[in-house]
Design a protein around this ligand. Sequence first.
Ligand SMILES: NC(=O)c1ccc[n+]([C@@H]2O[C@H](COP(=O)([O-])OP(=O)(O)OC[C@H]3O[C@@H](n4cnc5c(N)ncnc54)[C@H](O)[C@@H]3O)[C@@H](O)[C@H]2O)c1
Length: 384
Amino acid sequence: MQKPINVGVVGAGYWGPNLVRNFRALPDCRLRVICDIKEERLKHLKSLYPEIPGETKFEALMADRELHAIVIATSVRHHFPMAKAALSAGKHVLIEKPMATSSEHCEELIEIAQQKGVTLMVGHTFLYSAPIRKIKEIVDSGEIGELRYISARRLNLGLFQKDINVAWDLAPHDIAIILHIVGELPYSINCRGGAHLTKGIEDVTSMHLQFSKERTAVIHSSWHDPRKVREMTIVGSKRMIVYDDIATQEKIKIFDVRVERPPHYDTFAEFHYAYHYGDIYSPYIKQDEPLRAECQHFLDCIRHGKVPLTSGTNGLEVVRILEASTLSIKQNGAPIDLPDGRLSSGSHSHPPIPMPEIELPKPPIRGGRKKRSTLNPFPRSITG
Ligand SMILES: NC(=O)c1ccc[n+]([C@@H]2O[C@H](COP(=O)([O-])OP(=O)(O)OC[C@H]3O[C@@H](n4cnc5c(N)ncnc54)[C@H](O)[C@@H]3O)[C@@H](O)[C@H]2O)c1
């Protein structure tokens, strides 16, 4: 039998308890401690899980040599100092999104993780969800033709944050999904926003990402909307996909619709766009909790020394785009160029992650994924 990986979750506010519930339920893992500075949050979790000790001091976790991994679910400003301390202490780290408040901090964390030979992963949870995995398969199969553009809308009323704008709060999910689908970084970003309640903290933003071959993506993020909306449209030259994460069934719909320009015409009277309207179908997707798959993947990466699908480098790429969006807002929406359009850690070429099975209506679509090199050897204390 394998020795369990001892995990500590830091931050037991809104999101932390979901991580606690999942790590507690996973095999080959022992949830050793829950840490929060607020006693009342620890008391609440104690009422749910009396067997798990609570701790108010983060430093106590750092001093615990038997604690192998730390999961950070505090607000963003704490991510860097906590992750730095944990990585420096030789612990594996899963940080919630966004990875940190600056790309410099992300780079420093990646460097420390490499020096220490430990796993560094970021909680871009949607990349572990069945609908996104399915969309990625469909796009990669060529079924929708050439990818043209993606639009994403993530809207609701609140929760207003005090230290980050809505793009830093909500757009990390959409950026991570879009980079995963497109398979490369945008070369230019521009963003505009409105700060209607708190000066300097935009509660509505519209971000545009420009990719090679005229491909574009638009991300609309808002805390200032009467409805909860979680939608994405992926437009290809042959077909289009609509993904509605709020829908309880038929989260993905594939539209056999397209529009084409005539290849040639002599007079303006002859010019007509050709519209095609065909069927709409919805592939069956068995729903499972993406966070469970994410937590399991973190443990697998620790145990087998694999680079996570949502590695520190992916976290850095998302933060670079967020930084560019902030700069663009300050310059009234001016385009900000990114130096290099490569997707450095290549989440698109990550080997398949063992997931809860997704039932597909059609034969499996071709994959073409490559094996990756190992980065994070499992520490001797666990392998024996
Ligand atoms: N992956 C997802 O889908 C998802 C969803 C929601 C939130 N998040 C992320 O999770 C993180 C936490 O968000 P939240 O909404 O739960 O925030 P929150 O404010 O509700 O909770 C943060 C908790 O951290 C605690 N905390 C603060 N400083 C601490 C310290 N020094 N030591 C120990 N505990 C400390 C606070 O007391 C609080 O209970 C954020 O990074 C957020 O972006 C991710």
